[in-house]
Design a protein around this ligand. Structure first.
Ligand code: C2E
Ligand code: CA
Ligand code: CA
Length: 846
């Protein structure tokens, strides 16, 4: 029990002391009671003993008196004096029966003696005359003689106890003399002795008179406790008798119930004590727990404080009316506002939200007892707009909303980086014109109206670039962009596809005549000389035109048509324009043929797989190898993916192609000397045309490659088509255990939002950003923003398309995680990859 009270409180100690004191007192009272009971019993027994001893003594005294009286009749007798002096007259004494056999036969004396100082004068033992003398019993004989002579002074016989024939006996002795003889004369006279054995008859006789039961004689050293007893002077025997023991009886009758009562009391006491202890221990424990939870609360408060002070976020709390009642110290540091001034203000006066009301949002959290986040903004002390994300949860007590508590994360920089990435992903870095992405979206958005799509290619541009250098080329492109902008309306769109290719989309282009005039004017304008780095240069332009009313189609169709028309214009001798018509579509036809050839070529084994390793930023350690498909075309030779993957994506051929790559890549990777990832590109078209989860699981199963070694590279276009479905598919892929890599990051529409929602493990910065590293500082800051974004989300960041040592050095400085590109290794066939891995395995420091 002690252990339970390991950490005593003063109260528990007090209770214990009280319980102990009470128990002690009770015990003491019980002991005292028992002792006095015992003493009463003992004194009762003692009194009984004394009484019975008195009776026994009285009986013995009676015996002695009778014996002495009887002897007196024989000793104080003239005739005896005359006949039993020395020598004794046996004739008179025995034969005539004066002091003879009848003393035994009638009176029961075992011995009758006459003694004097010289010895025995006369002896009868068991009624028979004998020569045995009492001197045999010396010094008994001498003692008896002396006692008789001393008793003479009181004119009476002596009596006492003596051993006779091995048995205790009563003797009586008296000087033989005539009645009336002077005492002084009787001094040397002989003495008559009668001896009576103390035997059963005698004892029962005595017992009756004295009222003692079982009167007996016992050797001195063995008398039972419950027997009364009396020592017999001069012999080693005592008289015993059965005796009442009222004290013992009392104890015996009282003892059992008393013992039971005591046991019960004891048990009750123990129970009481334990109960008291337990109760106090319980109280202690709850106090203790209270203390612990108080301490835990203090600790969590301290922790909370530490977090509140250390985090880049700040913490707020409101009451049920959504008035701010707490703002952590970071609030002032991050916003510049004085927290005091904001306390008791409604939270919605601090935050503003473009997609909803803070107030209703919090209200709904309170109603659903859930947590949530909301993108908001606020104005800091300097009046600058800051973007933030607030996370909140309702404080619910007893099912009642007592207020709200949450954090506010400043995401201004993140949002700015996002906006920049977004802009870059939609615009051409050089001219600032919309790029292919934006063009496609524009065409999609304007699908319902009539449009003319003009594809423009500069004539003479390449020679200028080659002779005057890239900066001059860039200046020309910028001038072209400006002029095109000036010639179009704000509802139109001018985009740069890359190189010297531009696209103009005219909304509601009007009649064919009007369009012709526009094209002529355009070419004329571009032909105007321009001043570039102190040179006057002149360029021309060719235009391919398609009118969507005549040839309806999606963005890629329209651009392809315009491209075909442009081809026609160039064929017709530059600085002119052509409209698309189906007669021009021999090129389109070629594509259908190619698609058919691919469909048949895949089962025939015409595809090849190359691998391009991906390295840690040290440029030495291989982290992965990316599978890149090629087509060994029987007629056209080795084709690169750009030439046939897009084609495959237009039909289910992409599924055939994708599955072949998956199987092949997993199979080869299983035999590599290094345990590295194999990365497989997945086309968005594959997602919509096939069950990719099943396909991937199948590939893993048939090749036996562990799932954690497979990485799928997916571009965000996948998400664009079917947001919900894509999320489900990717979660299912993650469950298989494969890794997901977002490919071509920065070229899509809304990269950041997708990154947050989808379960990506890593991101690949598109090579466009990487390749301008060292040339454009704005691209470098984008790369840095992406790296820190990846770090913040715990994702591995790869830079692809690393072509120079300088790019690698910059990426290493910016702590990019992994790199890939021609500078490190071009795509190689499996055999070459294996040797590369083998040498890497022996050369890597670790
Ligand atoms: P991607 O996924 O961005 O693959 C990287 C492309 O960049 C590869 O071109 C690679 O050869 C090239 N590259 C690598 N390092 C450098 C460099 O330092 N500089 C430059 N300029 N380029 C570099 P490739 O093999 O022609 O593949 C082109 C695209 O085709 C790939 O782009 C990918 O989107 C697609 N693709 C390739 N194989 C497959 C495949 O098996 N399935 C699918 N669905 N698409 C594939
Ligand atoms: Ca890729
Ligand atoms: Ca890529």
């Amino acid at each position: 029990m002690e252990a339970a009270f390991g950490n005593d409180s003063p109260r528990s100690r007090m209770v214990r002391r009280l319980v102990l004191a009470f128990s002690g007192l009770l015990l003491l009272a019980m002991i005292l009671g028992l002792v006095s009971l015992y003493r009463i019993a003992v004194s009762l027994d003692q009194r009984e003993l004394e009484q019975s001893q008195f009776h026994a003594n009285a009986a013995l005294a009676q015996l002695h008196k009778a014996e002495r009286a009887y002897l007196w009749t024989h000793a104080s007798w003239q005739a005896a004096y005359d006949h039993l002096a020395r020598p004794a007259d046996r004739q008179w004494a025995f034969d005539e029966g004066n002091v003879g056999a009848t003393l035994y036969s009638d009176d029961g004396y075992a011995g009758v003696f006459v003694l004097d100082d010289q010895g025995t004068l006369y002896a009868i033992v068991q009624g028979r005359l004998t020569d045995l003398g009492f001197d045999h019993f010396s010094p008994e004989g001498h003692r008896i003689l002396q006692q008789a002579r001393q008793a003479m002074a009181q004119k009476q016989p002596a009596s006492g106890y003596v051993m006779f024939a091995g048995q205790p006996a009563v003797f009586t002795s008296a000087v033989i003399r005539p009645p009336g003889l002077a005492d002084s004369l009787a001094k040397h006279h002989s003495v008559m002795v009668f001896i009576r054995l103390i035997e059963a008859d005698l004892l029962s006789q005595m017992g009756k008179t004295a009222g003692l039961t079982d009167l007996a004689i016992a050797a001195s050293d063995n008398a039972a406790d419950d027997m009364g007893h009396l020592r017999l002077q001069g012999v080693p025997y005592r008289l015993t008798w059965r005796m009442d023991q009222p004290g013992s009886d009392l104890l015996q009758t009282v003892f059992t119930p008393l013992a039971v009562a005591l046991l019960i009391i004891l048990a009750l006491m123990v129970l009481l004590a334990r109960y008291a202890m337990r109760t106090s221990a319980d109280i202690d424990r709850s106090y203790h727990q209270l203390a612990i939870s108080k301490r835990a609360l203090e600790a969590s408060e301290a922790r909370f404080k530490a977090v509140a002070e250390a985090a880049s976020d700040w913490i707020w709390e409101t009451d049920a009316q959504q008035h701010l009642i707490y703002l952590s110290p970071r609030f002032t540091e991050l916003t510049g506002h004085d927290a005091e001034l904001w306390l008791n203000q409604p939270i919605c006066t601090l935050f503003d939200c473009e997609t909803g009301h803070v107030e209703t949002w919090l209200h709904s959290l309170g109603a659903s007892e859930s947590t949530g986040t909301l993108r908001c903004h606020y104005l800091d002390k300097a009046g600058q707009r800051r973007e933030c994300r607030i996370a909140a949860r309702a404080i619910i007590e007893h099912k009642i909303c007592k207020g709200f508590r949450g954090t506010c994360t400043d995401i201004t920089d993140e949002v700015a980086a996002h906006a920049r990435i977004q802009h870059l992903s939609q615009h051409d870095a050089l001219t600032g014109l919309p790029n292919r992405n934006k063009l496609f979206r524009f065409l999609e958005d304007s699908a319902k109206v009539s449009r003319a799509v003009l594809m423009l290619d500069l004539d003479n541009f390449k020679p200028i670039n080659d002779s005057l250098g890239h900066p001059a080329g860039d200046a020309v492109l910028m001038e072209v962009a400006t002029r095109l902008g000036q010639m179009t309306r704000s509802s139109d769109l001018v985009a740069r596809l890359g190189g010297d290719e531009f696209v103009i989309v005219l909304i509601a282009p009007g009649t064919r005549d009007e369009l012709d005039r526009f094209c002529a004017r355009l070419i004329d304008t571009l032909k105007q000389p321009m001043a570039v780095e102190h040179h006057k240069v002149q360029i021309g332009a060719s235009l391919g035109v398609v009118i969507s009313d005549d040839y309806p189609g999606g963005p890629s169709d329209l651009i392809r048509y315009a491209d075909v028309a442009l081809y026609g214009a160039k064929q017709s001798g530059k600085n002119t324009w052509r409209y698309f018509s189906t007669q021009m579509s021999a090129a389109l036809l070629e594509k259908r043929v190619l698609e058919q050839e691919l469909r048949e070529g895949i089962p025939r084994g015409e595809l090849r797989l190359h691998f391009q390793p991906r390295f840690k930023v040290d440029g030495v350690t291989i982290a992965s190898a990316e599978a890149l498909v090629r087509w060994q075309h029987p007629r056209l030779g080795l084709l690169m993916p750009d030439e046939f993957v897009g084609l495959a994506e237009e039909s289910d051929v992409i599924v055939l192609l994708g599955n072949w790559v998956l199987q092949e890549a997993c199979k080869e990777a299983g035999a590599w000397p290094l345990d590295v990832l194999v990365s497989v590109n997945m086309s968005p078209a594959q997602f919509s045309r096939s069950d990719v989860v099943r396909d991937v699981a199948e590939a893993l199963r048939t090749t036996g490659l562990p799932a954690h070694r497979l990485e799928l590279e997916i571009t965000e276009n996948v998400m664009l088509n079917d947001v919900e479905g894509a999320l489900q598919t990717m979660n299912a892929l993650k469950e298989l255990g494969v890794r997901l890599n977002m490919d071509d990051f920065g070229t899509g529409y809304s990269s950041l939002g997708y990154l947050r929602t989808y379960p990506f493990d890593s991101i690949k910065i598109d090579r466009r950003f990487v390749q301008s590293l060292g040339k454009s500082s704005s691209d470098r800051s984008v790369v840095q923003a992406i790296i820190s974004l990846g770090n913040a989300m715990g994702m591995t960041v790869t830079a692809e398309g690393v072509e120079t040592a300088e790019q690698l050095a910059l990426l290493s400085d910016d702590q990019c995680h992994e790199v890939q590109g021609y500078w490190l290794s071009r795509p190689v066939d499996n055999q070459a990859l294996i040797s590369l891995m083998a040498s890497a395995a022996t050369h890597t420091p670790d």
